[in-house]
Design a protein around this ligand. Structure first.
Ligand code: NAD
Length: 244
């Protein structure tokens, strides 16, 4: 149990991967504060500073401290040829959708980190993990998506920004007992069709998408003292996709 006596707060904890992250953290012995925009143990909307402050206050009054913060809540535009927003090509992609992603995926992570850093400076220690994607590291191969459509740009520019947020925080607070790392994930299987999984698999040295059970271990590693000399790093869990 590597996370015994640790309190971990996760954003977007009700989502697809959030639930696997929460289970892994609990299995490692952590007390987990599951937050989400709504319907969570503690509601935390990452686009609202007052909601973030309020959630941290609730967590600290309930559990005494927050040792680990996982920035996970993000808009992840899924490819769906029938959905108008995703059917649009880059040259037509609406400004409002880009702003929405910037607000949640990039400004949201930054505002949560600001609140976390304040608390962690006061307690003299802390650990922040920013969840990113291979699409924060490499551009898309649009040919794996259905013809005439594209994976939208907002995911790439925000996920790339997250990698730099990590580096900024790591170098600025490295001497204050606070570690900050990125956990970069490749595509995780969630009932995708065979056409997509075949194309995605062909682009991946391991030949397949991740299974959701495979994301928790790397998160627990970054959250625990097993990674005590790591900060500013980007742990890439992608079946080798970005090695090609
Ligand atoms: N699923 C994948 O294949 C995959 C691959 C690589 C990276 N990721 C990353 O993993 C993380 C989780 O992805 P997921 O697949 O679980 O997504 P998801 O859409 O299933 O979950 C996202 C969660 O964030 C919450 N959320 C949205 N806006 C919010 C806001 N304003 N405030 C608070 N919460 C808000 C949603 O309610 C939801 O519960 C994301 O950062 C994503 O970029 C996912």
């Amino acid at each position: 149990m590597t996370l015994t006596n640790k309190v971990a707060l996760i954003t977007g904890g009700n989502g697809f991967l959030g639930q696997y992250f929460v289970t892994a953290l609990k299995n490692a012995g952590a007390t987990v504060v599951v937050t989400d925009r709504d319907n969570a143990e503690i509601n935390l909307d990452v686009t609202s500073k007052s909601s973030i402050t309020d959630a941290f206050e609730q967590a600290i009054s309930k559990y005494g401290k927050v040792d680990i913060v996982i920035n996970n809540a993000a808009l992840d535009p899924k490819f769906d040829a029938n959905a108008e927003q995703n059917a649009k090509l880059f040259e037509n992609y609406p400004e409002e959708l880009i702003k929405q992603s910037l607000d949640v995926n990039l400004l949201g992570y930054t505002l949560v980190a600001q609140e976390a850093i304040k608390r962690m400076l006061a307690q003299g220690s802390g650990n922040i993990i920013n969840v990113s994607s291979i699409y924060g590291v490499v551009g898309p191969d649009q040919s794996i998506y259905p013809e005439g459509t594209q994976k939208p740009v907002d995911y790439f520019i925000t996920k790339g920004g997250v990698v730099m947020l990590t580096k900024f925080l790591a170098t600025t607070y490295g001497n204050k007992g606070i570690r900050v790392n990125t956990l970069t994930l490749g595509g995780v299987f969630k009932g995708h069709g065979k056409d997509f999984t075949d194309k995605y698999g062909a682009r991946t040295p391991m030949g397949r998408m991740a299974n959701p059970e495979e994301v928790g271990g790397p998160l627990v590693f970054l959250a625990s003292d097993n990674s005590s000399y790591m900060t500013g790093a980007n742990l890439i869990v992608d079946g080798g996709l970005t090695a090609w």
